[in-house]
Design a protein around this ligand. Sequence first.
Ligand code: UDP
Length: 350
Amino acid sequence: MLKLLFLSTPVGPLGSGIGGGVELTLLNLAQEMSQRGHQVTVVGPEGSKVEHISCQEISGTCQEMIQNNHRDTPIILPENSVLANMWDYGRKVQNDYDLIVNFAFDWLPFYLTPFFTTPIAHFISMGSMTDTFDEMMNRVAVKYPKNIGVYTRSQAATFPFNDACRILGSGLNLSLYNYCESPDNYLAWVGRLSPEKALEDAIEAAEIVNIPLKIFGKITDEEYWQTIRKKYPHAPYQYEGFFNTIELQEKLGKCQALLMTPRWIEAFGNVAIEALACGVPVIAYSRGGPAEIVQHEKTGFLVEPDSISGLVTAINNLHKIERKQCRQQAETEYSLKALGDRFEGWFNEL
Ligand code: UDP
């Protein structure tokens, strides 16, 4: 039995959606580890919602999202930083734990690593973003090469410490996702509404094929969203809102396909496996995490990155995909058991 302390992302409370896919990965992993008999405590910003697991909420100012930064943006730490407060808490209680697991994509946990006596496993949830972060992570990778975990190989390849990265993937509580055999006439787009996700490409494709597009997710960049609304006054799309897993899977399951149009190298794309779990084929640009997930022409289509006509062709070929195969892939590769086995092996080694 391991005593595990999970330190969450500092950009928003768990359950808010601001943190994106890492929120779901953390919660699923906490649940699976505790199911296996390990003792798990989660530390998250005040307002975090964690069911059945002990959670220490920490007050303070959340970090700005890093997605809009430039490569040379310096390190930013707000006054009364929740990131600093969470790691201060971690330092105080570290002796009660065998392992600390860092889920923050930020410099401080890496900087602090040599000063802690309890080992720290760093789960990195995005590809390379800034030079200072890379430098800080690289220092840890050189000194503690076993302590770096990532979602996918393509994500690892964005870092100078590619070879040190342990590939851990993601996984879901599949019992929460219902298989849907007969969809309605809708397409889906799911994710944070933020420029790196390039929602506009999905809207353009939906307009060409004239199939309504349902949009699910947190609006984390209001200005971006307003720009889209002005640019596509007549496209057949509808913003549905941000939902919890139970509601999201119900609505997502009824869609013909999920469109994934990220402009950046998506580290994983939890929404891809959530769609597959509902039997929904995934049409994604062929780069980053989705390119490692989607089985081309079997559980979806991988199209040339940034090609709207590629999306359109794929939508027109959706009849070739058997939805059962999608659910099957999720069950084989992305169950909680598969996720738990990969992470537990890593934790035991550390
Ligand atoms: N999500 C959600 N409710 C919604 C829309 C999205 O909970 O209405 C979650 C979804 O379950 C997924 C996350 O938002 O876990 C998006 O994560 P993803 O890995 O796809 O991208 P990221 O935001 O990490 O870049």
